[in-house]
Structures are given as structure tokens and as C-alpha cells.
Design a protein around this ligand. Structure first.
Ligand code: HGA
Length: 610
């Protein structure tokens, strides 16, 4: 949330900043702005709304200069407006700051600075940073920033410039992500790698409590106290095309279509060539002995990752027979969970920077638990702080609504569940081989579903005419129903509820009336008859039911108004297929309503604030 970029070099910084911001727009799009060191000093341009608005302003009045910082905002403090946009400055207009995070003590600092004569123009917490730095400045921007951050509490990734030192750019990371890109005669900062990928693949990933001084010639890394740090450069090996739309109308559609590839890559070499074993060589501290000590598992995540965790709970309990609890990360820390050294806490986060998940991870570690991260970003905070990590190889996910990251998280849970079963002997070799064979068939089966996208489009256009709808399912189908409902709400803004199918009659059935669309997931064979009864209950009250069923289930097809059929698989693997038509349904419903699919209102990806 909120994207920061910065450039110091010889090229025109405005172009580089704008391109970088466009790559980070998924992090926030309430407003955007840049500050560039020009011949007439530090100049700022900002605009409410999308980056395109800023771009138009800059086309009319370009800012020429080779040093600059930029920001795309997801507002936390102060409404989206020109004046609340970053970069922020002080009264002398000689300092400029972009910020991702929240300054928790900003009111105290603001009062103190007002007392000293500073005049504030915005409602943001960020503005105190520029005033504070200006206040503490004594001829060295690095020292002023170091003094300022000592006074600040909360989360902050910063880019700072001053007109007094036009050849220096200061970057800070404290609990919000920031990376440094290393070029030749030019250097960059960015909230995320795609922002700089066009210019360099060599990066330093800053840790919390670290800062950097960038000049054209080089980068010095240091702690916030000013102790120098040496760090190995990280070489990014992603293909740049993976971060682009590659001919699709939207990132979301491209990412939905990338799922077969993401499944294959995430399984990759983790399944033995003869298809009988899972090998998770990346687990270093989670040895077979450590696994045998685990007596409970907690899964902690937010949003879509939480829904992947719900499937994970089912997988681990079924395959490894270990009790699993699942928590929303923002609740976990505050309910005094019982965490011991025999607890395995699995945190799931696509970006690895989700603030709530990171805080839960830290709490789990403080209590002595073993922490396993499932994340899509190797160098992320969650990845670095967890004891062990299973990286999903979904590739960069740009659309705010997660698709391929979710399904890759499911694959990670399947592999981990099988790994536990192998280690603990809770499944036979034949059962494991059968699941692995079915797992390896998934990519082709997803391809077959994607070929039917047009059929889903028609249904979605019909559904887009409604303001309320329901998803129902039992067992694993309920977990997928929750994800389908979230996806639809996120991008189509249609109100929907997901219910355990047997639970409707305890209250929600009152909302079913003539013509209300109900999407009934019915992929779990043991529960099929019960689900069919629940479908009949909603049909009897006038609902229009779309069934998501496994090939060959004719009985179910007779009970619903229309059916989308997924290929045959093991019940436990059905979520990896049944979610795909729901993703397409949301996508096409969003399109039909004329929404911005990739950038839904009020949301942003990678939620780095609590
Ligand atoms: N608090 C600042 C920055 C917002 C942010 O980082 N969001 O994720 C603001 O409201 O502008």
C-alpha cells in the first residue's frame, strides 16, 4: 500500500519516476505525485486520482531534472486530495518526502512543530516528517533524517530529498518495504522490484531499521544509527514480460490464465521423478524430528490468503492428523492464542509484507513457536523472519484481486500436507502417490476450464444485473465459496455472502427470494446428497442456482438451473479447480459493470499497514 520510487542519475527523472509509479499503482491509486530537483530548485507536482492525472499535469508543465522521488497513495490519514498527496514538504519548500506507512505519534510531533512555528497544510501523518527533518537540519540531510527517525514511531519507508544537497537521496526502511536498485552512474529506490526492473536487476533489499544514502556514484547502506552495513547484491531473475500484461486486457485475466504455469512451477522439482515422494528441501529447521514434535498448527493470514489457509487446515488435518486452528492475522495477536514451542505457525502472505501477518509472525516467534511462511516473494519480510519458507512460484501478481497467488498457496499446502504425511506415516505410500498423480494433472485440467471462459462470461453478465447473491458449499466447498464471494465483492462491488450450505436454514434463508442467484459448489462426494438438499431448499424459495459440479454428477445437474462442470479429481484437490470458474465469474461481472478490474475502489495490494 502506497508505492515509493526514487531516482538519482543522469537521465530525465520524470519519465523514470512515472514508469516506476505505474508499476506500483497496484499499491494505491488515490493520488500520485513527484518531486524533482530542477534548475529552479525542488519542484513538486501532484494530482488526486490515478497516475494518468499526474502524467497529464506533467505533460503540460514538465519537471526537468535527474534526481527525483515519486509516490502513489493509498490514503490512511486524510482523504484522497491534491493537498494530501505526497511528496510532502516543509514551509521553506526545501525538503521533500515520500512515505509508505503510518507515523503513529504524528499528533504529538505535529503539536510540537506547530509550537515552533511550523504551518501544516495537509491532514496527513506524513507531513510531520518533512517538517521534522527541516527542523533538525544542520547542513547534512543524512544526519537530519537519522535524528528525525529517532523521534518517529510506527511504520515508515521513506524517500527524502533536499534542495540544499541535490546530489543525495536518502532512503529509510522501518516496517514498510523498500528496495534499492543499483545501476551504472544511476541508482533507484522502490517499494517493490517491478518499479525498477526495466533499469536494473541488481538490488539491495533493506531490512527494518536500515537506511541508505544514494548518490549517482554509489549506495551506502547503514543502520538508522549510522553504522555502515555490507550486503550482498540480490539478482532478480524474473522475466520482465511476466510483470507486463502480455496481450491480455487486464492483469487479472492474465494472472488467471497463468495458473497452469504457476501450478507446474510451484510443484516443480518438489515431486520426485517417479511421482512417489514430495521433497521439500528448502525446509531447514523443520526437520523430521521437529515435525514429530508438533502437536498443533496455527494458520494465520488475511483476505484471500486466509481462504487458502482454510483449505490448508482441511489438508493438514486430513493428511497429517494434527489439529489445526486458523486465524485472521489482525485478530490473532489480540486473542492470547495458546502458542508453545510445539506449535507450528504457518503464515501465508503473497507479498510477504502484509503488516498484520508480519505482526502475527513476530508474536508467534516471541512465544517460541516454529514459523513456516508460505509466500510468493523470496526476499520479503515474512520470508526472512520465518524459520522456514515454502515459496510459491506464481511470479509477480499485479492485479489487486489475487488469483494465481491463491491457487499456488493451495499447491504449497498440498505439498506440505503430503510432506507431513510422509514424515509422520499418516498416509500410505499408495495414497501419497495417488494424490501426487492427481496433483500433477491439475495444470492441464485448469487449462480445460479456461477454455470454457466464454460460457462463464454469459453467466457473469446475467449475474452482474443483481445486487445480492449467495455462495454455498460444504466442507472444502465452503472454503472455496468464501473465496468466490470475496473475489466477486472486491472487483464487481456486488454484495455477496458465502455460507456453509447447512447453515442457511439457521437464518440466512430469509434473504432468499424469487430470482436471487445462488452459486452452489458441490464437488465433495461424501457431502453431495446433503448439499443437494440445501440446493433444493433455496430453489424452493425461488433462487436461481448455478451449480459447480464435477464431471459426471448428473444428479446434481438435475437439481440446479445451470451447471459449470470441472474435470474429475480427488475431492481434496477440488478447490484447485473449482475456484477458477469463480475467478472468471468475478472478472466478467466486474467488466460487465464497467469497473476497473485491476484496481478496485478503496483497495490496494500488499497491505503494509495494520
Ligand atoms: N499515512 C500516509 C501513507 C499511507 C500509506 O502508506 N498507505 O499504505 C498517508 O495517508 O498518506
Amino acid at each position: 500500500m502506497c508505492g515509493i520510487v526514487g531516482y538519482i542519475g543522469k537521465r530525465n527523472s520524470q519519465e523514470i519516476l512515472l514508469e516506476g509509479l505505474k508499476k506500483l499503482e497496484y499499491r494505491g491509486y488515490d493520488s500520485a505525485g513527484v518531486a524533482v530537483y530542477t534548475a529552479s530548485g525542488l519542484q513538486i507536482q501532484k494530482a488526486k486520482g490515478r497516475i494518468a492525472n499526474l502524467e497529464s499535469k506533467l505533460e503540460e508543465a514538465p519537471l526537468n531534472g535527474s534526481v527525483g522521488i515519486g509516490h502513489t497513495r493509498w490514503a490512511t490519514h486524510g482523504k484522497p486530495s491534491d493537498v494530501n498527496s505526497h511528496p510532502h514538504t516543509d514551509n521553506s519548500m526545501k525538503f521533500s518526502v515520500v512515505h509508505n506507512g503510518i507515523i503513529e505519534n504524528y499528533i504529538t510531533l505535529k503539536e510540537e512543530l506547530i509550537e515552533k512555528g511550523h504551518v501544516f497544510v495537509s491532514e496527513t501523518d506524513t507531513e510531520v516528517i518533512s517538517h521534522l527533518i527541516a527542523d533538525l537540519y544542520e547542513g547534512d540531510i543524512l544526519k537530519a533524517v537519522q535524528k528525525a527517525v529517532k523521534r518517529m514511531t510506527g511504520a515508515f519507508a521513506l524517500g527524502v530529498l533536499t534542495e540544499f544537497e541535490p546530489d543525495r537521496l536518502v532512503a529509510v526502511r522501518q516496517a514498510s518495504p523498500l528496495i534499492i536498485g543499483i545501476g551504472e552512474g544511476e541508482n533507484f529506490i522502490g517499494s517493490d522490484i517491478p518499479a525498477i526492473l526495466e533499469y536494473t536487476r541488481n538490488v539491495f533489499i533493506l531490512n527494518d531499521g536500515e537506511m541508505a544514502l544514494l548518490t549517482r556514484e554509489g549506495v551506502e547502506l547503514m543502520t538508522l544509527e549510522g553504522n555502515f552495513i555490507s550486503r550482498e547484491m540480490f539478482r532478480v531473475d524474473w522475466d520482465i514480460v511476466t510483470a507486463e500484461k502480455a496481450g491480455f486486457d487486464h492483469f487479472m485475466l492474465k494472472e488467471i490464465h497463468e495458473q497452469p504455469r504457476a501450478y507446474r512451477d510451484t510443484m516443480g522439482s518438489r515431486i520426485s521423478a517417479d511421482g512417489t515422494q514430495v521433497t521439500l528441501n528448502e525446509l531447514t529447521t523443520l526437520t523430521p524430528e521437529a515435525i514429530r514434535e508438533i502437536n498443533r498448527v496455527h494458520i494465520v493470514a488475511c483476505g484471500t490468503a486466509y481462504h487458502a489457509g482454510m483449505v490448508g487446515k482441511y489438508i493438514i488435518e486430513k493428511m497429517a492428523r494434527i489439529p489445526v486452528e486458523i486465524d485472521v492475522a489482525s485478530e490473532y495477536r489480540y486473542r492470547s492464542p495458546i502458542i508453545t514451542k510445539d506449535t507450528l505457525v504457518i503464515v501465508v502472505s503473497q507479498s510477504g509484507e502484509t503488516a498484520d501477518t508480519l505482526a502475527a509472525l513476530r508474536e508467534a516467534k516471541r512465544c517460541g513457536a516454529h514459523v513456516l511462511a508460505i509466500t510468493n516473494v523470496v526476499g520479503s519480510s515474512v520470508a526472512r523472519e520465518a524459520d522456514d519458507m515454502i515459496v510459491t512460484l506464481a511470479g509477480p501478481e499485479i492485479a489487486v484481486a489475487s488469483t494465481k497467488a491463491y491457487t499456488s498457496q493451495l499447491v504449497a499446502f498440498y505439498l506440505f500436507g503430503l510432506h507431513l504425511a510422509q514424515t509422520l506415516g499418516t498416509q500410505t505410500a499408495a495414497e501419497i502417490a495417488e494424490t501426487l498423480a492427481a496433483l500433477k494433472a491439475l495444470p492441464e485440467q485448469v487449462e480445460a476450464i479456461l477454455e470454457q471462459a466464454e460460457a462463464i462470461k454469459g453467466v457473469a453478465e446475467e449475474m452482474a444485473k443483481h445486487d445480492n447473491l449467495f455462495f454455498i458449499g460444504r466442507g472444502l466447498d465452503y472454503a472455496v465459496a468464501l473465496e468466490g464471494s470475496l473475489k466477486l465483492k472486491e472487483i464487481s462491488y456486488i454484495h455477496s455472502e458465502a455460507y456453509a450450505a447447512g447453515e442457511l436454514k439457521h437464518g440466512t434463508l430469509a434473504l432468499i427470494e424469487e430470482g436471487v442467484p445462488v452459486i452452489a459448489l458441490a464437488t465433495q462426494h461424501e457431502l453431495l446428497e446433503k448439499t443437494v438438499s440445501n440446493i433444493k431448499e433455496v430453489k424452493a424459495r425461488g433462487a436461481n442456482v448455478l451449480g459447480i459440479a464435477v464431471e459426471g454428477e448428473l444428479e446434481l445437474q438435475k437439481s440446479v438451473d445451470s451447471t459449470f462442470v470441472i474435470p474429475k479429481t480427488l475431492d481434496v484437490l477440488a478447490p484447485a479447480l473449482s475456484v477458477v470458474p469463480l475467478q472468471l465469474l468475478s472478472y466478467y461481472a466486474s467488466l460487465a459493470r464497467g469497473n476497473d478490474v485491476d484496481k478496485p475502489r478503496n483497495l490496494a495490494k500488499s497491505v503494509t499497514v495494520e
